[in-house]
Write a protein that binds this ligand. Structure first.
Ligand code: C2E
Ligand code: MG
Ligand code: MG
Ligand code: MG
Length: 290
């Protein structure tokens, strides 16, 4: 009967919930050991200037392969690292290693690096010191580092805390570090935040890029993306399109005046050695005519 079916569903749901919670606990336990066990690596994804076909920046993306087990996606472990507070130490490791890798790239090729930071890291009073120490240790100038933040990470905090974080970001920006607003357009109050946040770069979320198919069904999608590109230009911010997977999307973005693109069309995130090779031999991305 429907009644007993309903009951069973509750049992299944409860069972799944317990399994998920168990899995989360397991991941957090694993994350606690991951630094000392050297289980993290950084992958770097090229950000390409379509007008020159050259590498403009690379985004550092954290990878975790537990010594006993398969790699875990950052979409799964980053939220748990945030929840447990482990992101503070992990984030420090990321900054340290990204600066170490970027130092040589910057010195030889002027390539800059962009690093994701979470709200939890920004709330640490030692955050600026951590960032500046990593730059100094590796002789990387401040303008060679971009920090990627999301607006959603500020939503979780109260007004006073948000004001303090904005202050920290402003200070870092004064010092020359660039600030990028990641996943732009997906938050609940993008424009309100844009007015208060010290930002240099808008990263246009993949959800605005995916529908740019090059057919005429996508007029509205076009209008949205175009508007974000124009908004960035008017505010004198640079725009980076995320998740570019097709030549049509790249072409559409180029026509809209969005020069910087990132996505599988150009390259997935790759090992540091691969970036070295790209820099040495020159990437084979063709500049696209408008
Ligand atoms: P994100 O910062 O928005 O990074 C972009 C994500 O999109 C990456 O996923 C990247 O691999 C993926 N991507 C790139 N090009 C394409 C494409 O053409 N198509 C599709 N479908 N996806 C593409 P990834 O590496 O799994 O990272 C997921 C998220 O985890 C990141 O999103 C970021 O929010 C977070 N994350 C990664 N590394 C770190 C880190 O070191 N610290 C912090 N706090 N968060 C990180
Ligand atoms: Mg990012
Ligand atoms: Mg993003
Ligand atoms: Mg994202």
């Amino acid at each position: 009967t429907a009644k007993s079916g309903g009951k069973n569903r509750i049992v299944v749901f409860d069972h799944e919930l317990r399994a998920a919670r168990l899995r989360h606990t397991e991941i957090i336990t694993g994350l606690r050991r991951a630094l000392e066990r050297n289980e993290f690596t950084l992958a770097y994804q090229p950000i390409v200037d379509v007008t020159t076909g050259k590498l403009s920046k690379v985004e550092a993306l954290l990878r975790w392969r537990p010594s006993a087990g398969r790699p875990v996606s950052p979409a799964v472990f980053i939220p748990l690292a945030e929840e447990s507070g482990l992101i503070v130490d992990i984030g420090r490791w990321v900054l340290e290693h990204a600066c170490a890798d970027a130092a040589g790239w910057y010195e030889r090729y002027g390539l800059t690096v962009t690093v994701n930071v979470s709200g939890r890291q920004l709330r640490e009073t030692t955050f600026s010191d951590t960032v500046l120490a990593a730059l100094t240790r590796h002789g990387l100038p401040r303008h060679a580092l971009t920090l990627e933040i999301t607006e959603s990470m500020l939503l979780a905090t109260g007004a006073t805390e948000t004001a303090r974080i904005v202050g920290v970001l402003s200070d870092l920006r004064e010092l020359g570090i660039r600030i990028a607003l990641d996943d732009f357009g997906t938050g609940y109050s993008s424009l309100a935040y844009l007015r208060t946040l010290p930002v240099d770069i808008l990263k246009i979320d993949r959800s605005f890029i995916t529908p740019l198919t090059g057919t005429d069904h996508d007029e509205q999608a076009h209008a949205f993306t175009q508007s974000i590109v124009e908004l960035a230009a008017r505010l004198r911010l640079s725009a980076i399109a995320e998740g570019v997977e097709s030549a049509q999307q790249a072409q559409a973005l180029r026509q809209m005046g969005c020069r910087l693109v990132q996505g599988y069309l150009f390259s997935p995130p790759v090992e540091a050695a691969h970036i070295d090779a790209l820099l040495e031999h020159g990437p084979d991305w063709q500049p696209r005519a408008a």
